[in-house]
Design a protein. Structure first.
Length: 393
């Protein structure tokens, strides 16, 4: 087995069980190590510390599989890790909820591996060189442990390019999924398009936060920004909202909102769908003096890398400021960021600065995050990407 040797004094992160090793932590690496190949991680003092997957094209040069040098990276390894991840979900996800994340990459001890369940189907993402190299072993263990009707792949994401991998999507095993898979999550019925939908089909990570919106929405007029297929709208209307206005740029997503409203037996006169850019529409509402009792902001990631942080912060501040201008007295702002490069503390400061500029007094009444099926390993704080605040203005 090939090895990579750490520079003197760079073993601290490994000893603290962080699963990433950046290129700058390594001494000169011998040529001939294949992409995704398992390597021993060796200290400058020649002690084997861990085993990981080598990625010659990524700044994250090694993603660690195990901190036990004696553990083999083979089919049994993946069986253990997958079984442990599935068992966690069985303990905490109600059986009637048939849509959840089964494997959450590094936080489940499988760097670069995402597996989501939609009813009887699984959707996988292999996002790292190591995950891609062992895809067949992973798929085989998923079939044996879970026995899904079918497995589909949605590795059609930009991050694979940083690993020297091409985007890939398509049918893997079992039977082909239908055009729309009906699922239930938290008492809401959804139709999931695993071929074209965002991420692997839907935003599973907002499970708990939809419940929060449902509890707060009674008798309120709600503005749902970046609505996508309307999951927050459905939650608000189930909770007794008098009306929800959805703003969404995609005609396909708006069409899905209508389908899902019918699936949940929600009257069409209780929601309004506005196609357009959220920033533009909010400015129009500000100019016309339109007001709401609750505004939900669930934008796409504004910060994808460290060098985008300053610009992304401006975007988050602008959108929160606009939203606050539209809230009635005693209104609620439910605002999110899914940018991993943005810390919870910085996000709270951005929202606070937006309140000052909007001339509003805002109090945080809840801090929101990821649900139990998106756990965050304590040795991997980068896994905490979803941040949310409920603010009373």
């Amino acid at each position: 087995m090939h090895k990579v040797v750490l520079k003197t004094g760079r073993e601290k992160s490994v000893l603290h069980r962080h699963p990433w090793l950046f290129s700058g932590a390594l001494q000169d690496v011998k040529k001939g190590i294949a992409s995704g190949e398992t390597v021993n991680i060796v200290s400058a003092g020649s002690k084997i510390l861990a085993k990981g997957a080598f990625s010659p094209d990524s700044q994250i040069r090694v993603r660690i599989w195990t901190f036990d040098p004696a553990e083999e990276i083979d089919a049994e390894f993946f069986k253990r890790r997958i079984s442990n991840a599935v068992d966690l979900r069985k303990r905490f996800i109600p059986p009637e909820d048939n849509a959840c994340r089964l494997i959450n990459a590094e936080s489940d001890g499988l760097p670069g591996v995402i597996v989501d369940r939609y009813a009887d189907f699984l959707v996988c993402q292999f996002l790292s060189a190591g995950a891609d190299r062992f895809r067949q072993d992973i798929v085989q263990q998923l079939q044996e442990i879970i026995s899904p009707a079918g497995i589909y792949e949605r590795s059609d994401v930009e991050i694979r390019g940083k690993e020297g991998l091409k985007p890939h999507a398509g049918f893997i095993a079992g039977k082909e999924p239908p055009e729309f898979i009906p699922v239930n999550q938290g008492g809401i019925k959804f139709l999931v398009d695993v071929r074209k939908g965002h991420k692997t089909g839907m935003y599973l990570d907002q499970r708990d936060n939809r419940n929060v919106v449902r509890e707060l929405a009674r008798d309120k007029e709600v503005l749902n920004c970046f609505a996508y297929t309307g999951s927050f709208a459905l939650a608000a209307l189930q909770g007794g909202a008098v009306k929800v206005t959805n703003i969404e740029s995609s005609t396909d997503a708006i069409s899905m909102i209508m389908k899902q409203a019918g699936l949940n037996e929600i009257d069409s006169d209780k929601f309004e769908n506005v196609q357009g850019d959220v920033f533009t529409v909010l400015r129009q509402y500000r100019e016309t003096g339109r007001k709401f009792d609750m505004v939900i902001l669930d934008p796409p990631r504004f910060v994808s890398s460290a060098d985008q942080l300053k610009r992304g912060c401006r975007g988050y501040k602008d959108i929160n400021l606009l939203a606050m201008k539209l809230l009635r007295e005693n209104g609620l702002l439910v605002t999110f960021s899914c940018s991993g490069h943005l810390s919870p503390e910085l996000f709270q400061k951005i929202v606070a600065d937006a309140a000052v500029d909007a001339g509003r007094e805002a109090r945080m009444i809840a801090s929101l995050g990821q649900p139990v099926d998106h756990p965050v390993a304590l040795n991997f704080p980068e896994g905490r990407y979803l941040k949310g605040l409920v603010c009373y203005l």
